[in-house]
Write a protein that binds this ligand. Structure first.
Ligand SMILES: [Zn+2]
Length: 240
């Protein structure tokens, strides 16, 4: 089976469209949370993923938008974008965001936004957090987002070994348990502005860490027109 994995779309329709096109035909599409927040196209992104029958879990921005968590823990720009999204998201799409299951397990994979331990908020950026997380899911592999940085943590017993997959490279999975982050579609933070996504092949057990170029200037113009904070507009140019 070929499975497309998207995470942290963040209402970036040009990036999501480019990713879905570059991905080609897949047997399934999985989303690891934060469909909305930061960007100007929340309804379009939700609807596109729903049309594709995407298997999805919520992120902190989805829950913030849907009113399921307080916005006090968000930074100033994120909070602004959350409030903007609360006004923009249509009632049916809001219900969809509110109804997503916190985590999902399908076959050998658990899907959690931040970490399997604290799915909504915990950032898994370091092996120390990853090492503890291996105790909180029962499947062989776990897919996460939230940090917006492509990474793989391998369960190496007392520690977690970290892989930093290069753009458009493959990681071969084996019996070692692993936590996999495909990076962010809509707001990459690894210094590469191209949209990041994953392509999983469950016949060869390979994960491809892919990038897709998209029209960054087009979304920036849209954000400018809508009065989005300057910092949110600029960071898309740098992938940071
Ligand atoms: Zn995010």
């Amino acid at each position: 089976m070929r499975i497309g994995i998207v995470s942290d779309v963040h209402s970036n329709l040009p990036a999501l469209t480019a990713v879905l096109q570059a991905m080609g035909e897949v047997d399934a599409l999985w989303s690891l949370g934060d469909i909305v927040g930061y960007g100007p196209y929340p309804n379009e992104c939700i609807e596109l993923l729903r049309e594709r029958r995407c298997l999805a879990i919520p992120g902190n921005h989805d829950w913030g938008c849907a009113g399921k968590i307080a916005l006090d823990d968000f930074n100033v720009d994120a909070r602004w974008a959350c409030r903007w999204s609360q006004d923009a998201v249509e009632p049916g799409n809001m219900e969809y965001l509110a109804s997503l299951p916190l985590t999902l397990t399908t076959g050998d994979f658990t899907l959690a936004h931040g970490s399997p331990h604290e799915p909504i908020w915990e950032y898994m950026a370091y092996p120390s957090t990853a090492r503890l997380s291996f105790h909180y899911f029962a499947s062989r592999y776990c897919l996460v987002g939230h940090t917006h940085v492509p990474l793989v943590f391998l369960d190496a017993g007392a520690q977690a070994e970290t892989l930093h997959p290069k753009p458009n490279s493959l990681v071969q999975l084996d019996e070692t348990r692993a936590i996999i982050n495909p990076g962010s579609v809509g707001q990459p933070r690894d210094g590469n502005p191209e949209a990041a996504y994953g392509l999983l092949d469950t016949d060869s057990w390979q994960v491809e860490f892919r990038r897709a170029a998209y029209d960054v200037a087009a979304i920036q113009v849209r954000m400018q027109d809508l009065g989005f904070p300057e910092r949110l507009i600029k960071r898309l140019s740098y992938g940071w």
